[in-house]
Ligand binder design. Structure first.
Ligand SMILES: [Zn+2]
Length: 293
């Protein structure tokens, strides 16, 4: 962040899309990224080092997540999450859930009593069930009843399968139009189709993680007018440490779009603070008029 434009960022930043896993699971995930995508993760840092790296670079509040890539591991991950949350009071978490686990709903209900567990992360590409799988309905209803939220990897980036994409997500919203969910990665790679859902679904948010990295070859193609109009529904997230390019590249790309000071304040701080306080479920923020030039 050497550009003078970096002065337009609020300090400290709130990063709403960070991954923290136990060390051995991180090792396995980094190996899997090479196998599945040919991706060598840039920062192979374990959780304490991740937080140190971010904090040295102006990040304050961190919202992290992890997910259960198969049944039988969510409880262990969540026990680990409780320990990590206890060790660092400025952390917030989207916890792990797998619908095939025995007592998964009882576990979920107990976890949601924790003030810094914001809800659950579902990584549908990896977990291999669709967002409208009826086994998830009780989870969604519990999350809504408790005023919590979901973080969903439900887009077709970096690759798709039959479980992700805007079509299965639209089926889910037909059943739960007020679902309080964050669509990770701006809905990559169907940015426009996911963006089109915002007006009718006031509790949907988008996060920027992995969506503004020109080196990747595919950048979010939503217009600056769209980003301004919906700036109160967009959360900054880095996807750290599981990125292939520096987190500064995403920040510089967004700064290079020369959006309003209000955009940078909302996306890089204020929306994340509302999320962490559990006050972002207010029927959604009204859109701002697009900036005209
Ligand atoms: Zn991620």
């Amino acid at each position: 962040m050497s550009s003078p434009a970096a002065g337009r960022l609020p300090r400290p930043l709130v990063d709403c899309h960070v991954h923290l896993f136990p060390d051995r699971l991180f090792d396995a995930i980094w190996r899997q990224f090479v196998t599945d995508y040919g991706w060598k993760v840039l920062h192979q840092l374990y959780w304490r080092e991740c937080l140190a790296h971010l904090r040295e670079r102006g990040v304050g509040t961190v919202v992290y997540s992890n997910y259960a890539h198969r049944s039988g591991i969510a409880r262990g991950l969540n026990d680990w999450n409780l320990g990590v949350l206890a060790a660092d009071p400025s952390l917030f978490c989207f916890a792990a859930f797998h619908p095939d686990d025995e007592d998964c709903l009882a576990m979920a209900e107990e976890l949601l009593t924790h003030p810094r567990i914001l809800g659950f992360k579902l990584q549908l590409l990896v977990q291999r069930f669709p967002p409208d799988d009826p086994r998830l309905y009780p989870l969604y209803e519990l999350v809504m009843a408790k005023g919590k939220r979901l973080l969903l990897h439900v887009g077709t980036g970096p690759v798709g399968n039959e479980f992700v994409g805007v079509l299965p997500f639209r089926r889910l919203l037909a059943r739960y139009p007020d679902l309080p969910a964050i669509v990770a990665h701006m809905g990559a790679l169907e940015y426009g189709a996911f963006g089109d859902l915002l007006p009718d679904h006031p509790n949907l948010l988008l996060d920027t993680a992995f969506a503004f990295l020109p080196s990747l070859g595919a950048v979010c193609d939503l217009s600056p007018e769209f980003l301004e109009r919906w700036r109160d529904r967009i959360l900054y997230g880095s996807d750290f440490p599981n990125i292939l390019f520096t987190r500064e590249e995403e920040i510089d790309t967004l700064l290079g779009m020369d959006l309003s000071p209000e955009f940078y304040a909302a996306v890089f701080r204020d929306n994340g603070l509302r999320l962490s306080r559990g006050t972002s479920r207010t029927g959604g923020q009204a859109p701002h008029d697009a900036i005209t030039s």
